[in-house]
Design a protein around this ligand. Structure first.
Ligand code: 6PG
Length: 470
């Protein structure tokens, strides 16, 4: 019996996705560049092995799938995807669908759609979030491609996706690059969420002087309230974990140098390209880059000395209690930015990406899953908003929360504790809700040195200043 679908690339994500597909009753043919991996995978699949066809060559793989063939590529983003497509093309037939399920740059995805146009082959760019666990038991899946290809794959994707209140966390978000774009912004928001949590941890550790187990309890409590989310949940767990050898909190022995594979950076780059302010996301990406400069930071600390020891004991409780709301305010601003970038890209590329659906399929399965996304879905259900910050329920939430963010950022600034994402979120909020800004001065400067002209508040048309007279 032939397989219903194929999968290439049995790394952690590919292997788990294949098991998920088999478990949901779909026969799947698999191939990996190293044949031992393919056989080891099938041998370890237990009872699911009966629905798995391990293949030693690409030709064998293609033959094992019933045409028209859906074929998932789960290989490292970039050149490997192009190489794989190139190797497959002569083996595939009209109406077969190639599905790139890696973390591709959506611009590569757009190019691949163009390259495959007229070949009779279909292509899907599919963002998959949720790490290893998600891939195995239900990821959030963001699909970009033609409506036709989506309809052909839908039953399998719905079967393997995460569920929230029994709604599958998978959707068709637009043609060509839409799915990978949304996944990229998901990761940008993921970076901002993680960075803001890390900054709160920094205030607790270096400002309030909390012990790590106390922090773990705090995050656990926060996870029962407005901050309820996977990332806050795992932060509590991470902070509670101790090193079996030294009994020290594990976080204390981890080097403070963060890696990044590129998706967060792409989301900042795309925000800039679209001319959309996504400052909390940009700050989070920059913070990872600065974290990598361990030796330079050590030298700089030696040059400047440590910041003054922080908060007075009497203030400690009040400051700590404030941080839950501060983080919530930062989160609202960061999500407002991420959604604004998606809205702009959807307009530019004519994707028609349904933002309510994006929020809805992020409620389970993915790394940024949270209650909060349900609120965002409801806002967009009511109709378009210029920015999430002016949606009535977020105006209410932000009115309550921004003073706490303000206090947290101010305290941290005074104590010399870096909070780049939180302070960017605050500055974004303050800039956005200031009707009379300071760009009048920028316009005057531009007109002074470059005769760029400016608009007047009291008359139409372009004007110039009387600079010669000055
Ligand atoms: C997900 C994640 C995942 C991403 C990792 C690592 O949604 O499951 O976003 O796709 O690859 O989080 O990303 P960095 O290495 O860039 O931190």
């Amino acid at each position: 019996e032939k397989a219903e679908i194929g999968l290439i690339g049995l790394g952690v994500m590919g292997a788990n996705l294949a098991l998920n597909i088999a478990e949901k009753g779909h026969r799947i043919a698999v191939w990996n560049r190293t044949t031992e991996t393919t056989h080891a995978f099938a041998a370890d699949a237990g009872p699911l092995a009966e629905r798995i066809i391990p293949c030693e060559t690409l030709a064998e793989l293609v033959t094992a799938i019933r045409p028209p063939r859906p074929l998932i590529l789960m290989v490292p983003a970039g050149a490997a995807v192009d190489q794989q497509i190139k190797a497959l093309r002569p083996l595939l037939s009209v109406d077969d669908i190639l599905i790139d399920a890696g973390n591709a740059n959506f611009r590569d995805t757009m190019r691949r759609f163009e390259e495959l146009e007229g070949t009779g082959l279909s292509f899907i760019g599919m963002g998959v979030s949720g790490g290893e666990e998600g891939a195995r038991h239900g990821p959030s899946i963001m699909v970009g491609g033609s409506a036709q290809s989506w309809l052909r794959l839908k039953h399998i994707l719905v079967a393997i996706a995460a569920r929230h209140d029994d709604e599958p966390c998978v959707a068709h978000l637009g043609p060509n690059g839409a799915g990978h774009f949304v996944k990229t912004i998901h990761n940008g928001i993921e970076y901002a969420d993680m960075q803001m949590i890390a900054e709160i941890y920094g205030i607790l550790r270096d400002g309030a002087g909390l012990q790590t187990p106390e922090m773990a309890r705090l995050f656990e409590t926060w996870n029962k309230g407005r901050l309820e989310s996977y990332l806050v949940e795992i932060t509590a767990k991470v902070l509670a974990a101790t090193d079996p050898e030294t009994q020290a909190p594990v976080v204390d022995i981890i080097l403070d140098r963060a890696g990044q594979k590129g998706t967060g950076r792409w989301s900042a780059i795309e925000a800039q390209r679209a001319g959309v302010a996504a400052t909390a996301i940009e700050a989070a990406v920059a913070a990872r880059s600065l974290s990598a400069l361990k030796q330079e930071r050590e030298a700089a600390e030696a040059a400047y000395g440590l910041p003054a020891p922080a908060f007075a004991k009497a203030d400690k409780r009040r400051i700590v209690d404030d941080l839950e709301l501060a983080l919530f305010a930062g989160k609202i601003a960061a999500y407002a930015q991420g959604f604004a970038v998606m809205e702009a890209a959807s307009r530019e590329f004519a994707w028609g990406t349904p933002l309510a659906t994006v929020a809805r399929i992020w409620r389970a399965g993915c790394i940024i899953r949270s209650q909060f996304l349900g609120a965002i879905a409801e806002i967009y259900d009511e109709g378009p908003v210029a920015n999430l910050l002016v949606a009535p329920r977020f105006v209410e939430a932000m009115t309550e929360a921004h003073p706490a963010l303000r206090r947290a950022v101010a305290r941290a600034a005074e104590a010399g504790i870096p909070v780049p994402a939180l302070s960017s979120a605050l500055a974004y909020f303050d800039t956005y809700r200031t009707a009379r800004g300071t760009a009048n001065l920028i316009q005057a400067q531009r007109d002074f040195f470059g005769a760029h002209g400016f608009e007047r508040i009291d008359a139409d048309g372009a004007h110039h200043g009387p600079w010669q007279a000055v």
